[in-house]
Design a protein around this ligand. Structure first.
Ligand SMILES: O=C(CO)COP(=O)(O)O
Length: 249
């Protein structure tokens, strides 16, 4: 088996019911793509988006979940609730949550275990800050985040890893091909020490992926797809990225 190709969109705190028209458009143009497609809207849109997708092969995901299955946690959402609303995936450990909510690697690992228990695929994010890259610490940081955030129960069927350099998110800047290749090869090796089928885990790149740079990024070894922020909001842009992934060998 080879890792599955995945084009994933993270809508972050964007979109409303009217924006689901973009999903209708995406279903019309890319509902039968050969790569996997995932869209992670704000949680309030999951159910409606799932209904809109219907029988098209577009998966829906959350952007976070609580580590506990239920209880007195005002404002939080459990993995089982995401699943009940129609999600099959959940993004965990995004750098915006690590920064804004103080999430630690241990927090992310607990949430990932909760996601596995609920039958969700966890899309676990890792990535260095610009200061860490400038200090030559990139691989140390990624290694530490992978060790701390990916539970032992992870395997290719329930886990996807996204490398998102913090400094490349929403900035229009991307690492060089060599820099992406170095981190992705490192992640593949590092996971092999922890997970039996690590060679089959999909490794995504995220950070300023656009239609204009997608083909080049998808040509890099061990890049199995992308986690796309801004360019996932419009069906025309996200569709072009899906087409680029479909065309990549
Ligand atoms: O954070 C990201 C996806 O999770 C990337 O965002 P941008 O594609 O907007 O840079």
């Amino acid at each position: 088996m080879a890792p599955r190709k995945l084009a994933a969109g993270n809508w972050k705190m964007n979109g409303d019911l009217a924006a689901l028209a973009e999903i209708d458009s995406l279903c019309g143009t890319h509902g039968n793509a050969s790569c996997d497609i995932l869209i992670c809207p704000p949680a309030v849109l999951i159910h409606a988006m799932k209904e809109r997708v219907g029988d098209h092969a577009i998966a829906i995901g959350g952007q976070d979940c609580h580590a506990k299955p239920s209880g007195a946690h005002t404002g939080d959402i459990s993995a089982a609730q995401l699943k009940d609303a129609g999600a099959s995936h959940v993004i965990l450990g995004h750098s915006e949550r690590r920064a804004d909510h103080g999430e630690t690697d241990a927090d992310v690992a607990q949430k990932a275990s909760a996601a596995f228990d609920a039958g969700l695929v966890a899309v676990i994010c890792v990535g260095e800050t610009e200061a860490e890259r400038d200090a030559g610490q990139t691989l140390d940081v990624i290694g530490r985040q992978l060790s701390g955030s990916v539970p032992q129960a992870a395997h290719a069927g329930n886990c996807v890893i996204a490398y998102e350099p913090v400094w490349a998110i929403g900035t229009g800047r991307t690492p060089t091909n060599d820099q992406i290749a170095e981190v992705h090869a490192f992640m593949r090796n590092k996971l092999a020490a922890a997970v039996a089928d690590a060679a089959d885990i999909s490794l995504l790149y995220g950070g300023s992926v656009k239609p204009a740079n997608a083909s080049e990024i998808f040509s890099i070894a061990h890049v199995d797809g992308a986690l796309v922020g801004g360019a996932s909001l419009k069906a025309s842009d996200f569709g072009a990225i899906i087409s680029a992934l479909d065309a990549a060998g």
